[in-house]
Design a protein around this ligand. Structure first.
Ligand code: OOG
Ligand code: MG
Length: 249
C-alpha cells in the first residue's frame, strides 16, 4: 500500500465525481488510513483550500447501524466545503451526496486532550453535513472511509449561540418540507460534549477558532438535485441549503 498513491486515487475520484470500487485500496490498518487522509488533505491545502475544522463520524448508533461500522472516526473540513446558511450547493461535482443533521461547536479557547470541553466552547450551532463517499454505493471498510476523509463533502452552519444544556435537544431533518429524519442530540455519544472531548483526544490539540462537527444524530438521507433541506435543533434554531438543479441539456 502506497500512501501517496491511494491519496491521489481518492483525490482524483472526488475531483472527477467518479466512485472507486471499495476493497481496492489495499488499506488494512487505521494508522495507514489516517496517513492517507493526511496526504489527501495536504493535496487540498496545496491547491489553496484552508482547513476550517474537524469532524467526527459514527458518534451515533443510527449512523453506525446505517453504515455497518462501529468505531469513531475523524476527518477535516475546509473552506471549500462550506455553504452559507440558506445558500446553494452544486451537487453536479458530487457523486451520490447524502445529508445529515448535526451540531457544530466553535472553540473560543484551545482544547487539549483531557481538557474541559465546555470551558473551551464559545458557541454552538445547528449544522447540515453533506457526505459523498468516494466509494461505490457508500460501501467501504473502516480504513477506507477514514482514508476518504470520512466522506466529507460539504457543510452549512446555522446561527451561533451561547451553549446551554445540549444533552437532549430534538433534531429534525426536512427535505422540501417533508420530514426525513428525527432524533435527539442525546444520540451523539449520549451528549454532544462527549464528541468534543473525543475530538480533542483524537486530534491531539484543537486551536481556538476551530469548528467541530459532532457527528450526525440520525441516519443520512440521499440529497437529490433541486432539493431544499433544513435541519432544526430545538433551542438552537435552523440551518438550510438548496441543491442546484444541475445542468439541463
Ligand atoms: C461516513 C461519515 C460519517 C457522521 O456524522 O457519522 C459521518 C459516512 O457515513 O459515509 O459524517
Ligand atoms: Mg457527519
Amino acid at each position: 500500500m502506497n500512501v501517496q498513491a491511494v491519496a491521489e486515487r481518492l483525490d482524483d475520484a472526488a475531483r472527477e465525481a467518479r466512485a472507486l470500487p471499495g476493497g481496492t485500496t489495499g488499506l488494512t490498518t487505521t494508522d495507514e488510513a489516517y496517513a492517507v487522509q493526511q496526504a489527501l488533505v495536504a493535496r487540498k491545502v496545496a491547491r489553496g483550500e484552508r482547513i476550517t475544522g474537524f469532524k467526527l463520524g459514527f458518534t451515533s448508533v443510527a449512523k453506525m447501524r446505517q453504515m455497518g461500522v462501529s468505531d469513531l472516526i475523524h476527518g477535516r473540513i475546509t473552506d471549500r466545503m462550506e455553504v452559507a446558511d440558506g445558500g446553494s450547493l452544486d451537487t453536479t461535482r458530487l457523486i451520490h451526496p447524502r445529508v445529515e443533521p448535526e451540531v457544530a461547536f466553535l472553540l473560543g479557547d484551545v482544547l487539549r486532550p483531557g481538557g474541559d470541553p465546555s470551558a473551551a466552547v464559545a458557541a454552538v450551532a445547528p449544522a447540515l453535513e453533506v457526505i459523498d463517499s468516494r466509494y461505490d454505493g457508500f460501501r467501504f471498510s473502516l480504513p477506507e472511509v477514514i482514508a476518504d476523509n470520512t466522506s466529507a463533502a460539504g457543510y452549512a452552519l446555522g446561527p451561533w449561540s451561547a451553549p446551554g444544556d445540549l444533552g437532549n435537544l430534538g433534531v429534525l431533518l426536512e427535505l422540501d418540507g417533508r420530514l426525513a429524519q428525527t432524533g435527539s442530540t442525546a444520540a451523539i455519544l449520549g451528549h454532544p460534549l462527549r464528541a468534543l472531548a473525543a475530538a480533542a483526544r483524537l486530534a491531539g490539540e484543537l486551536p481556538a477558532g476551530t469548528v467541530i462537527l459532532a457527528g450526525a444524530a440520525t441516519a443520512a438521507v440521499p440529497l437529490p438535485p433541486g432539493t431544499h433541506v433544513r435541519a432544526t435543533v430545538a433551542g438552537l434554531g435552523t440551518v438550510a441549503l438548496t441543491t442546484d438543479k444541475g445542468v439541463t441539456a
